[in-house]
Write a protein that binds this ligand. Sequence first.
Ligand SMILES: Nc1ncnc2c1ncn2[C@@H]1O[C@H](COP(=O)(O)OP(=O)(O)OP(=O)(O)O)[C@@H](O)[C@H]1O
Ligand SMILES: [Mg+2]
Length: 379
Amino acid sequence: MRNALRGVIDPELGDNVVDLEMVRSVEVGEDGQVVVEVALTIAGCPLRTQLRDDVTARVGAVPGVAGVKVRMGEMNPDERSALMARARWRAREGAPVTEIPARTRVVAIASGKGGVGKSSVTANLAAALAGLGLTVGVLDADIWGFSIPRMLGLEGRISGERTEAGPKIIPLEKRIGTGLLKVVSMGFLAGEDEAIMWRGLMLNRAVQHFLEDVRWGDMDYLLIDMPPGTGDVQMGLARMLPRTELLVVTTPPLAAQLVATRVVDMARKGFLRVAGVIENMSAFTCEHGTAYPLFGSGGGERLAGEVGVPLIGSVPLDPAVAAGGDAGSPVVLAGDSPVADAFVAIARKLVTEVSPVVEMSGCTARMMERVEAALDAKP
Ligand SMILES: Nc1ncnc2c1ncn2[C@@H]1O[C@H](COP(=O)(O)OP(=O)(O)OP(=O)(O)O)[C@@H](O)[C@H]1O
Ligand SMILES: [Mg+2]
């Protein structure tokens, strides 16, 4: 339970609520009802709702949990000053483990088997989110099977920058409307032939490098395109970035569900939250409007139901997805088609319901001022 709660970050203080000692108590009832008490620095903090939702989601994803109740308390001045000291100490001593900002929502696109469209979903979802004016990082964790550079139409070599903390990689950027993509992939570090030489390198080491040594800067979302069929990266993320949420991509045939549930199991053992399911390659609709469920139907719905997470959307089978991927221009940017609409709808749902953007304005400065003032006022 505590491990699950480590996935809940107080974006303001930049650390998880367990290590910040904001979790006062966790009671597990015999009926699977869990009551978590969280102590806030200031009772009226606007982050309150977000923390409540995150705690509910994380704890709710633990096997055996039937319901979650979150009680919000307020710290007394002593607790508050201890917390501030801890947060300051961790900010100084514990130097940020990764370069991913605390307020960034981290969403990994995973699946049980290869070729179901993880990379296509990642590229289109990233483009759709940027189209909403957001800043979106894309980490291509498919170290030797990378396809993100081609799908987003980005090529070139990444440049480095020398900093006090050592050399940093600067992501390649692409503007989409008022939004921005920041992309890192092995494809920018090595030619396709050279990439093969990386085979000896542990997958996780490469991903860790991308989390620690890239100058990501501010981002609303970081999407991670996962490699097919390996639990290594999942486990690695659980350790390095436990707040990562998974979107599981599956295809309609029911046979695919067995494989997909395995990913979900693995995620739960590693305490990554599964945020939802996306069904890809759903019914193909011909120009006359007739839908042909070539690969069967109902798989996404069934998986979501079995796992107890929402089906975030279904993306129809459409050759334009593949064509857009080959041309380096995600189909969602062309707009005006059922498949583009599907991706936009998924992006909107992510932003409004599944994993909302963390808004810091209105909270940060004001709350910090009040906390500092409260501390100073203490004799
Ligand atoms: N909705 C769709 N309609 C038509 N073709 C699609 C759709 N989604 C993906 N594809 C195509 O299917 C192929 C596999 O997709 P993609 O590379 O995104 O899958 P993946 O899960 O990332 O694969 P891997 O496991 O190898 O990384 C690609 O050729 C892609 O263009
Ligand atoms: Mg892929």
